[in-house]
Write a protein of this length. Sequence first.
Lengths: 450, 450, 513, 513
Amino acid sequence: MGTYIPHTDDEVESMLAFLGLSSLEELFAVVPEALKLQRGLELADGVGEPDVMARMEAFADQNRARSDRLICFAGGGAYDHEIPPVTRSLAGRSEFVTSYTPYQPEVAQGVLQAVFEYQTMVARLAGLPVANASLYDGGSAAVEAVNLGVAASGRATVWLSAGIHPHWRQMLATCAAGTGHRLATIPLVDGVTAWPDEGVHLDDPPGVLVVGYPNYLGCIEDLAEARAICDRTGALLVVGADPVAAGLLRSAGSWGADVVVGEGQVFGTGLGFGGPYLGLFACASAHVRRLPGRLVGETLDVEGRRAYVTTLRAREQDIRREKATSNVCTNQTLMAVTAAIQLGWLGTSGLVELARRCAQATRYTRDAVLSLDGVEAFAGAPVLREFAIRLPIPAAVAVERMADAGFLAGIPLTGDFDDGEHALLVSVTERRTRDEIDSYVTALAKAVAS
Amino acid sequence: MGTYIPHTDDEVESMLAFLGLSSLEELFAVVPEALKLQRGLELADGVGEPDVMARMEAFADQNRARSDRLICFAGGGAYDHEIPPVTRSLAGRSEFVTSYTPYQPEVAQGVLQAVFEYQTMVARLAGLPVANASLYDGGSAAVEAVNLGVAASGRATVWLSAGIHPHWRQMLATCAAGTGHRLATIPLVDGVTAWPDEGVHLDDPPGVLVVGYPNYLGCIEDLAEARAICDRTGALLVVGADPVAAGLLRSAGSWGADVVVGEGQVFGTGLGFGGPYLGLFACASAHVRRLPGRLVGETLDVEGRRAYVTTLRAREQDIRREKATSNVCTNQTLMAVTAAIQLGWLGTSGLVELARRCAQATRYTRDAVLSLDGVEAFAGAPVLREFAIRLPIPAAVAVERMADAGFLAGIPLTGDFDDGEHALLVSVTERRTRDEIDSYVTALAKAVAS
Amino acid sequence: MSGAPVTPVGAPGGKAASAPLLGREAEPTIFELSHPGRRAWSFRTSGIPELPVEELVPDAHRRRQPLPLPEVSERDLVAHFTRLSHRQFSVDLGAYPLGSCTMKYNPKVCDAVAGLPGLAGVHPAAPASLTQGWLALLVELEETLCEITGMAAATLQPAAGAAGELTGLLLMRAWHEARGSKRTKVIIPDSAHGTNPASVTLGGYEVVTVPSDDRGCVDMAALATVLDEDVAGIMLTNPNTLGLFEEEIAAIAAAVHQVGGLLYYDGANLNAILGVVRPGDMGFDIVHMNLHKTFATPHGGGGPGAGPVAVSERLVPFLPGPRAMRVDSDDQSPVYEWTVPPRSIGRMHTWHGNALVLARALAYILANGGDGLRKIAETAVLNANWIRRRLAGTYDVPFDRPCMHEVVLSVRTIKQAHGVRALDVAKRLLEEGFHAPTVYFPLIVEEALMIEPTETESPQTLEALAESLERIASEANDRPDGWMAEFPHGTPVRRVDEARAARTLVPTFDARD
Amino acid sequence: MSGAPVTPVGAPGGKAASAPLLGREAEPTIFELSHPGRRAWSFRTSGIPELPVEELVPDAHRRRQPLPLPEVSERDLVAHFTRLSHRQFSVDLGAYPLGSCTMKYNPKVCDAVAGLPGLAGVHPAAPASLTQGWLALLVELEETLCEITGMAAATLQPAAGAAGELTGLLLMRAWHEARGSKRTKVIIPDSAHGTNPASVTLGGYEVVTVPSDDRGCVDMAALATVLDEDVAGIMLTNPNTLGLFEEEIAAIAAAVHQVGGLLYYDGANLNAILGVVRPGDMGFDIVHMNLHKTFATPHGGGGPGAGPVAVSERLVPFLPGPRAMRVDSDDQSPVYEWTVPPRSIGRMHTWHGNALVLARALAYILANGGDGLRKIAETAVLNANWIRRRLAGTYDVPFDRPCMHEVVLSVRTIKQAHGVRALDVAKRLLEEGFHAPTVYFPLIVEEALMIEPTETESPQTLEALAESLERIASEANDRPDGWMAEFPHGTPVRRVDEARAARTLVPTFDARD
Ligand SMILES: Cc1ncc(COP(=O)(O)O)c(C=O)c1O
Ligand SMILES: Cc1ncc(COP(=O)(O)O)c(C=O)c1O
């Protein structure tokens, strides 16, 4: 029914007349008849907005795992953090939502300055001097980081910690088919990466090391060791860092990371079934000309007023074309602006408090869960905001049973780790109360017993 | 915990120092010790926003009659109409929400112009040349209309149709205690006002007649007759008109109303348990200097640009004080802006369509309901968007039973009309589907049978 | 200033040149953007058999011509009102030190509360059995407001302060009449807000004005002369509209009670004394509150508000009804019902008051808590006094002693020296990035600038505000005569011709020629 | 222009002087508004026993200094970002005729859809059994997009168009490799968007550029010379970036297929042909769509988008996984599962793609319906041709024949005569109340102005836009040299020094000196 098209029939008439045409069909005279669709699209006719809402609500209703129905204990790179009304209302301002990439800085200072502030906050989180204006998600940021690393080191061999998010590793492998990078996955022992000892592989030295901090199992990796290998081999160190944990942990940059990537969903973006999320990307100054995606810089206008503009554009696809550092064009600006707002809401004390509360709730839950019969730790190393446990029953079965008890119990490690079938990854955010955790533990006891 | 106060302790310190004070307590030195509260307020300490939301959600959860749980067939001046996302998002713009009365027109053109547009639409709905910037609700608009009418006619006797909303009549009676107006309630016969025949009461002729169009029972009153009485007696005709019905009905102004009032909730404002709503007020030019509340007028700025400003301020309390036409200051501007947006969304064809759909659904429901055993019409006259029925069981009981079946069945007329105990006022808006209505009828059959 | 184009003739279509971001053209009215046949509306598919209008509406009553409304696409509707929003100042954009208006920050969490389907989606005529949550909320708010004001019970019906005043005066009248006493007068100070005398008239009383003394408080001697058996009561706001605390309030209360009158408290300035001193403890019998001031519910460009009225024990039986009440004390599962007080004056709102505004206020109070409310008063008073002290040398301070939540300055001296008026200062301040203070109120202060910073403005903001006001004062001195009268320059429109608006009244688009 | 004050030094506190409504000061960064000890955050009361950080974090890893972030009150947070929003143009404010970007109106109903708790509150790792609604939604969208493009199946993972391109190229590679054929080159026209060649490189192919002929279409002769067994495929957008339909598309398809290559369709311009002609029917094997263009999902100032890729039957086994699929046909209660195609290239998104963007797109498609989609294409093309015809006399039209959804004009003649460039026209247009068209793209047109009105702009708006562009052209003629280069004047900032930005790179607040 197209109620979004303003034109009345009379107007269409007179516009056609102005063009010397007698029908809308004639507008497509240039399209060869043989190619044209000889029928209407086999889609239902348009309906009014209330009917559309009803349809979409019906879909929504079929999702049992919605956080207002199942209390969320799942993490694995997507977390159920507090999103205050103030962040929602500011990030929902239509000037931010309905604008395009800031091609005309004179009328885009709002987005440009917000992104400049975002870049500053991300750089501080990473402990590095430069951050870009966002990438699609954590995984795509990792892919771009490896591309940058290979280009910078000149070596296409990539050592990939098995502690990196399994989906990130799949994306890296998928894209390697095009770039020809050689990926070697380095296994975990006791939850942390067991890097090959000195000497090994030096026939084919790595150009890039990729490691998590903390890693997918929540374990805190020893970045000093990874850095040492890089120093030995001339490889770049890429760290996939959890930006919430950064509230309590030393920055990856302080450990000598060359590139830090991460998933920014934690800062004001909801679970949203996995997207749109926010790819965080920061790097050392040395690599700024290889930076993927957009970068906002500060400058002045002709009256000497402070102004912001996208800069170092020569790296980008629209100018450098096949020689561009990346093909990214549209990114996740709205999520970047949202993160700037949320980080402004958190502030210095709030980020620490957020990280502390997550760690505390995680510790409390882990202690209680590990006291249950048949439940044991899946990985030994110290964890921060997430932990993996081994269950006496298949993790997938546990998740189903826990759903009936009102919980999204966690993420089965099935397929992602050897003997992951019985392993469950559990995450506890600041939104979980003691009561919720206690009843989760009780329910889990039942679930694994029966 | 007062997280909305920015000041840090250090800042408070130095501000106190600047004032030569050593404690916040000293700020209140002027307050006699004997009067001061010697304890803290006996209220819980402040809590974080998530806890506040949890508390408020708990209240919300205890309301069974929420429209997402009980399908709404209740009206009586508060209707479950469509509110499109576009109206919500525009009316929610913080510039409209968080601004004060437009005392500085140079920076308040947004609200002023929106209200000017609102006044124009309300005047057209009423069929009169002037409308004000809003009053509290339909009932307060009726009170102001009677005050205007008495002042204009110079006679304090008011003939009040029993078809006026019972709550409006209560408000009129309450306020009459202060103004000394004499209210005479004119009964309904067959659902419409049975005005005293010529001659009667001419010892104490009315200064004002107040009648509904349609009235509380949904019946369409004969305004010509009311106008004739006014012409005979020199009284002013005040019509309480349903603005949605105005989509199909002749305007009250075209029948000769001097003042038209109404409840504007129907244009974009939700049920909200009765408020904030919107008092519509329009009158003939002759009475503009007696107009209660604010009025926005168009003018020019010093550069000759079109501009808007509140005008004829000399009527208002802040200038005229005890001689003001009304005491109203804060009104319902945000709801007026919302109505302007919603009426813009409806447009000429949409208002007609809205009214037609309501009338059609009402007719469909009424026919079905009246075919049930023991259910009969409560009033004879033709109705438009609402109707009253007499049930074999007390209406209040029917409402309880229907709630268990998933419906808010309507409004019992208990107390408001003689033998109203068994009478139920039912309203059917454009949001009701045939399926909903059919199951309503089935449920009602059960409810009245058992 | 830039040769900004003048009003375009007719509809310029969807240009954003009216958005200050781009230019300063006039925004066309939605009627000019309208084009026959456009539409934005859509409704649910109902499946109900269609009937021709002729069958639905009796012929004599059927509208023959459809009612003309704007016809625009959803896209143009959005563009128009979004552009209008860019032509509007708001608390969310910057400081709004309007005296007597308490324009504090409105927490967004309250928007979320007002949007809860379980509160926003409830029909007001649904029986108590189906709306227990709402009744519980109202009871908790009533109890909370009573604790804050030191009163016995309250009605939540009044939709704003003025409605609260009228409610209070009707309570006063009912109470006197119940005691068989006919009284005719209500006393108000000359500094009172305009709604006070206007409400007195509607309450059927005659206004007797008492002057303020040289300290800005009620002149006790003058009060004594007007106090007699005809006095139904007195209306005061304390702190008063000069931002000063009426120190003699106890004596005033005694004197008024002495002659059998009642004390009415105009709560517009309650923000100053939260948790510090309570109207009830000062001897007031009737108190209205402006939730849209003290309790941060947004003003919406002029409304909605909420003006609950709390009363002392002896007035409780007269309160409007219905009132939500907890009927059984068993705390496990309390039950709530509507009750009408035995000698109720009647009803002051079509339904239960501005319910969603009431819910916002309760949420705000819960967030701040008893401890936070006192902190609000302390900080509001601290901010006001800082401004007073800081600007004392720059502007006249007619009553230069510690103030409460607001301070009234005067441009009198500057005007005498340079012809610059309070209005000019206000307009000049706009372009400094601040909303203007309240001007020319209270009426007893010449060229008044009434500044109420509120507690949510930070010291940095106060500093910036003070610097701007200092800059303006020195401009008054340094710049040629009339320079200030040219301001503002950069706003969407410049000074508007108010006389013309009243002279050639154009109250609607249709009144244009 | 008004002597607007220059950048204030340090934090001016909460002034709104940066809001265009009031002035044109620079808005301080949030870091300058920050003050130690301020806070806005609050969390839920958890009741969990507190542990000192030392016990939670191993010593070697524990951060010693808290991470510095802005410290502001909620009030200042709101003011800052609200003021920033007033410094930003958007579709909601006015027409945005950016060529190649399809800046149509974004219906608000889609915001409501994206906000549904049952969609927005779902964890992406929850098993299919608990997320049937989401899987059903994704399947319905996939089927819908396949019907619109005439393809067999689609992946919804790519987060934007460029990601879709890379996905398509990896599919191309996988398909060739599966058939044991090593190919090295991918052909793209010289008018192609920059992401095309960039993606080709990431796909491990070498770019071969074919020129456009004098009609603005692929030069068939040139194409023939580069077509050989090394060609993996060709990337085209049709209509192309000149807004012209590649009439020889059938011949191109035949020729490319002839040498065993595949055809990739860059769907950025799909808006022009909805319901009229389908890429699949033109012979394309791989199609990406930009839901944030054709299907109205908002651009968010630069993202997020969604770039699903649809393929023909033979490529289905190679699609990324997991893919949502209906596993039993019983329509009463269909069941959905995640499946990985047998020869899947792998994964292109951390989860399932930009899910909420996908939901918005489906809602938009349902609202418009099959009938509405064709109307969109017709109206978009009508608007573009009206602009072309209207401005033909005023600006150069390098390829003056019927266009599709957009038209590329050139300022070449005007530049030669008066030195006014496309950039100047763009900047001047801003102050007329319109966003500028895309300039200097496609690269093969000198001084290009690429105008895409989209179907949601009304004839009145087109008229106003045309008048503005005509006014500008005559100004170029009438006004002194350099006059136009001064624009814009009234915007929050005027022309910015891009060279300086690159020279003295300041990518963060901390990089300032
Ligand atoms: C001192 C005083 N009293 C009464 C009022 C009236 O309150 P309202 O505007 O809510 O009717 C106001 C509001 O401006 C006020 O400042
Ligand atoms: C023709 C064309 N192709 C590809 C793209 C890339 O799409 P995206 O920005 O979503 O990556 C664009 C977007 O600007 C485009 O216009």
